[in-house]
Design a protein around this ligand. Structure first.
Ligand SMILES: [Zn+2]
Length: 241
């Protein structure tokens, strides 16, 4: 999947969890911060890519960090695209909250701002990293930080699901690789798993899925700000009955 598709599907999943009441109730500021953090984290697993969006985000720091992540995780689509990788991203977000200076969890705020800023960049919001700084401030003002690790978790999980839906698949069990006796489309010779309903990354089917999720997000936003009366889930359940 392409970066944009990862971010859109991550944000869509987070809003769906919100709509279904699976995440706790959030005020508007918190929802903005967590949704954008989730959308940005939707690209985190590709931080193992030395030429990807994250590598080019804040040079030269981002180049150094992505090179380090690529080395630690064994290369592209390996460690960061596994259960272990998701847990590592979650743990980074969770434990960074405990690192405070003068009572302010700077690392956690910076991570939240960075994730949200990545999303703003991929959604082509104007203002560059200024938006990220604004989000960091909003995160501090709204108690969003306790939910951010879960938003990041959701984004990373959605990334792996997205890549799994493409032909190459992912090895979620990394660093263990179990190769099948006979390679199939679902359990590939490489030991990677995939359910390639989208075909290759960047396919027309991927674009259709991303467009559908974009419509869902816009619909959610219109309902949330009371421009229209029915949330997507309400409409669906009305359809059912
Ligand atoms: Zn990926």
């Amino acid at each position: 999947m392409m970066g944009y598709s990862h971010s859109v599907t991550a944000a869509g999943a987070w809003l769906a969890l919100t709509e279904l009441g699976i995440t706790p109730h959030q005020d508007t500021g918190t929802l903005v911060v967590t949704t954008l953090a989730c959308a940005g984290a939707g690209m985190f697993p590709d931080a193992d890519h030395r030429k990807g969006t994250i590598a080019h985000s804040i040079p030269p720091f981002s180049n150094i960090i992505t090179a380090l992540i690529a080395t630690l995780s064994g290369g592209h689509r390996k460690g960061t695209h596994s259960i272990l990788g998701v847990l590592a991203f979650w743990a980074l977000a969770y434990f960074s909250q405990t690192l405070t200076h003068n009572g302010i969890p700077w690392v956690s705020l910076a991570l939240t701002a960075f994730a949200g800023g990545l999303a703003l960049r991929v959604f082509k919001a104007p203002g560059g990293w200024l938006g990220a700084i604004g989000l960091g401030y909003l995160a501090w003002q709204t108690d969003s930080l306790s939910l951010v690790p879960w938003a990041i978790f959701c984004g990373c999980v959605m990334h792996i699901i997205g890549d799994m839906m493409t032909t190459r698949g992912v090895n979620i069990l990394w660093p263990i690789t179990i190769k099948p006796p006979v390679g199939t489309k679902i359990w590939r010779k490489s030991g990677y798993f995939s359910l390639p309903v989208l075909g290759d990354a960047g396919s027309a089917r991927e674009n259709i899925l991303t467009s559908a999720v974009t419509v869902y997000i816009l619909w959610f936003a219109l309902a949330y700000f009371a421009v229209i009366h029915t949330f997507p889930s309400q409409w669906l359940s009305n359809l059912w009955h």
